[in-house]
Design a protein around this ligand. Structure first.
Ligand SMILES: C[S@@+](CC[C@H](N)C(=O)[O-])C[C@H]1O[C@@H](n2cnc3c(N)ncnc32)[C@H](O)[C@@H]1O
Length: 302
């Protein structure tokens, strides 16, 4: 099992790095970090010990195990394959918001969509990818932006692909039912036009309209894996996920995005992320965390 570089193998594996109900030793953390790095590219080091502890300890109790040692043995064995997938859901951060970093949606609306919608209306194909879409608020925000300009966009060959590694969060995305607090960043006019108030298991929710859902396909996809796409994208949103990857992994991902974009295609990334490595020379940085692919040759289709 490969170990992320930041772990110092000379330190005692039995040292307790976090504790409460059970101890989390360096050995446990190294093993968990190696598994999550191999499975999802997510990079954890010792500074994340209390995060790992708080995300997993209750679950370990719920599934009746005695502590992290037993948990590590389970998730690294063939019998623990389902638990290992579940570990990903516990360790990934799903925070998202409708119209998060709203300047991206404003830019999409003013500078990108006019040409793409004209192309769609002329019978052309338009594809937008929300990579790492969490519970769907990002792709729904893209769809709402599109629909604010062309309410019947779904009648054209205009589609948004929304992917995430976590099947549990994708189930929420497909359901498209949100608490009132999530809707705070959606304008009252959009709320009225594209959501209905409903009750899910006795809780008040706002349900996204089917006309919005029609624009989006949700699929499970690990960014570390092969990407199964046939055509190119016009826009990629990949925001607030590569921050969890190490630098070499980030550099590969940027090149792979260049390989997936049409020339002049746009890439929107998270507020604390920057395109780095070879891909820097094939993207023009045209605004805050906003990039345009130059169309120059690059290193990486998936
Ligand atoms: C913080 S959320 C970002 C959501 C949205 N893009 C936004 O900016 O609001 C990060 C998402 O990345 C997903 N994720 C983590 N590792 C991934 C991987 N290797 N491939 C695909 N998705 C991944 C997580 O499941 C999580 O839903």
């Amino acid at each position: 099992m490969s170990m992320p570089a930041a772990f110092d193998s000379k330190l005692s594996p039995d040292e307790c790095l976090a504790s409460g109900e059970y101890p989390l030793t360096r050995r446990d953390l190294v093993e968990i970090a190696a598994m999550i790095y191999a499975d999802a590219g997510i990079y954890l080091n010792e500074s994340k010990a209390s995060l790992v502890y708080s995300r997993l300890s209750k679950h370990i109790r719920n599934i009746g195990l005695k502590g992290f040692r037993e948990y590590c043995q389970l998730v690294s064995s063939p019998a623990g394959a389902a638990e290992r997938r579940d570990m990903l859901s516990h360790l990934t951060t799903n925070f998202t918001r409708f119209f998060r970093e709203n300047h991206h949606f404003e830019h999409l609306k003013s500078d990108v969509l006019p040409e793409l919608l004209a192309r769609a209306k002329n019978g052309g194909r338009v594809r937008i990818w929300s990579a790492a879409c969490s519970d769907g608020q990002e792709p729904y925000s893209i769809a709402l932006t599109v629909l604010s300009m062309l309410p019947n966009a779904a009648d054209y060959d205009f589609r948004i692909l929304a992917t995430d590694i976590d099947p549990k969060i994708l189930a929420l995305a497909r359901a498209g039912a949100y608490d009132a607090t999530a809707l705070e960043t959606v304008s009252p006019a959009m709320r009225k036009q594209w959501f209905t108030e409903t009750s899910v298991n006795g809780r008040q929710k706002w349900q996204v309209d089917d006309r919005v859902k029609k624009l989006i396909t949700f699929n499970e996809l690990n960014l570390m894996a092969q990407w199964p796409f046939k055509g190119q994208f016009d826009v990629i949103f990949c925001r607030n996920v590569v921050i969890y990857f190490d630098e070499p992994t980030q550099m590969k991902i940027w090149s792979r995005f260049a390989g997936m974009l049409n020339p002049k295609g746009h890439l929107y990334i998270g507020h604390s992320e920057r395109v780095s490595g070879d891909a820097k020379s094939v993207f023009d940085n045209i605004g805050i965390t906003t990039y345009r692919y130059t169309g120059k040759p690059h290193g990486g289709r998936s």
